[in-house]
Design a binder for this molecule. Structure first.
Ligand SMILES: Cc1cc2nc3c(=O)[nH]c(=O)nc-3n(C[C@H](O)[C@H](O)[C@H](O)COP(=O)(O)OP(=O)(O)OC[C@H]3O[C@@H](n4cnc5c(N)ncnc54)[C@H](O)[C@@H]3O)c2cc1C
Length: 441
């Protein structure tokens, strides 16, 4: 193999060309040492360079006057990772390290003289928390611990890999350095939870991912207690690509555009109600119209600021993507009204909150969830309404215009356009044919 895959600064994978049989690792901290072991295990020759006198980096040891003091890690949270590194070169952790369990694992001392003993064992830790912070905190600790145990029980290593190397990396790539949206995070969480549910079910059946066969998987997907079935498909496909499972198939759902589009007439009825019904709150009307007419998710609407609305000689524009959209008169009025209300409120309350839809907490916008709830109360089914709006817009506008004006990714815009059978490519070809025929004539 003549390629090494590394991670660039932004977290995207990049392949190095050229010979890789000899690798130089800079730094003999835990990361450098474990990389070295994995590279050796993969048959590379490795040279490690370290500027300090000894290896270890922050996991160091001071030897002063007969006293040995660790300078870094106190708790070995995931010994399996250390085990993995030793296993890569055919050694074992037990053969190389003497790990001595300590009770308590360590003692945290605070400036006011109080101390908290940190125990590995659950009951001991709960008792210590009850002593230190009261019964309520101890109950919270027990809940957290139970959740973590469920999360990491059987396939904790696999889930850790899936979360770190797949979900997180994908999130980073998709957000391209921008803040991750609430929805992106929710989707990643659901994928992770789906993996947990499947693993827990397998455990109940005395199965593991490697021993799970197609028939077992189908038993789960058709059972009543299968939760987040569709999302689990994502996890299963990843485990196959990683060769953790064998012969399991979980066909990807083909993207066929909106599966449950809202009736277009119903969409216009709701839009008309929002445009004219003065008994509804103006901010709710505006938010609803941004979803129904401009296919904006509640997460995006909730993060709009007064700066996104631009007053013009004839009305107002909204900046949803790089190119602003001219708002039709009644929507422009609602938008400008909302900006005025926000500015007055900011002056009265002496706040500088820029949010168009402020939340309960000072200086914060309304959460995506709360925005979604408000829209649902107006009778809007969020996903269906957005699908229908995007579907309609995709039949009317070229993908590039959709992407630039609505602030959606171009690849998504192209997919929507295809789904809507938007004939823009054919139309453009037709126009150019007509133009060239005219020119020739
Ligand atoms: C007080 C403290 C407590 C901690 N407690 C825990 C804990 O309980 N559990 C836990 O999991 N983690 C803990 N950590 C974190 C853990 O110690 C570090 O995450 C881990 O040791 C970092 O390893 P690393 O290899 O990434 O970096 P480092 O340990 O920083 O190693 C980098 C190495 O590269 C060398 N180097 C840098 N530049 C060059 C160069 N140009 N040329 C040659 N060599 C170079 C450095 O000298 C160093 O040896 C703790 C850290 C500290 C400081």
């Amino acid at each position: 193999m003549n390629r090494l895959t590394t991670k660039s600064v932004k977290g995207t994978a990049k392949a190095l060309r050229g010979p890789t049989h000899h690798v130089v690792v800079v730094g003999a901290g835990l990361a450098g040492l474990s990389a070295t072991l994995h590279l050796l295990g993969a048959g590379r020759q490795v040279t490690v360079v370290e500027r300090a006198d000894e290896p270890g980096g922050r996991a160091g040891l001071l030897d002063r006057g007969g006293y040995r003091v660790d300078t870094g890690p106190t708790v070995l949270t995931m010994p399996d990772l250390v085990e993995e590194a030793f296993a890569a070169v055919g050694h074992s952790m037990a053969g190389r390290l003497d790990l001595v369990p300590l009770h308590p694992a360590y003692r945290a001392r605070f400036a006011d003289g109080s101390a908290l003993d940190v125990h590995t064992e659950g009951t001991a830790m709960e008792e210590e928390i009850a002593r230190f912070a009261g019964a309520r905190e101890a109950v919270g600790y027990r809940r957290l611990r139970a959740w973590l145990e469920q999360l990491y029980r059987e396939g904790r290593k696999i889930l850790h890999r899936y979360a770190t190397w797949h979900l997180l990396r994908r999130l980073r790539l998709r957000s391209r350095g921008k803040e991750t949206t609430y929805y992106q995070l929710q989707v990643a969480r659901q994928h992770l939870r789906a993996g947990v549910y499947l693993l827990n079910w397998l455990e109940g059946q005395n199965l593991t991912l490697p021993t799970c066969r197609q028939a077992d998987l189908e038993r789960w997907t058709t059972s009543d207690d299968a939760r987040l079935r569709q999302e689990a498909g994502h996890f299963v496909r990843w485990t196959s690509s990683q060769k953790i499972t064998r012969d399991l198939s979980f066909p990807a759902v083909r993207w066929n555009g909106p599966t449950q589009p809202m009736d277009d007439e119903a969409r216009w009825d709701t839009a008309r109600r929002l445009l004219h019904d003065d008994t509804l709150k103006p901010e709710d009307r505006l938010a609803g119209l941004l979803l129904l007419l401009y296919a904006q998710w509640p997460a995006t609407i909730s993060r709009l600021t007064v700066g996104h609305i631009e007053e013009t000689d004839t009305g107002a524009r909204i900046h949803l993507g790089p190119v602003p959209v001219e708002l039709p008169a009644p929507v422009a009025e609602l938008a400008l009204q909302q900006v005025t209300v926000r500015r007055c409120h900011a002056t009265l309350a002496r706040t500088n909150s820029p949010w168009l839809f402020p939340g309960g907490q000072p200086g914060r916008p309304i959460s995506a969830w709360a925005m979604g709830e408000r829209l649902r109360k107006l009778g809007i089914r969020l996903a269906e309404a957005r699908s229908t709006a995007l579907f309609q817009l995709a039949t009317e506008l070229p993908a590039a215009v959709l992407a630039r004006t609505l602030g959606i990714d171009i690849t998504v815009a192209v997919k929507w356009q295809r789904a809507a059978a938007g004939d823009w490519a054919a139309y453009a070809a037709e126009v150019s044919r007509r133009t060239s025929t005219r020119q020739r004539g």
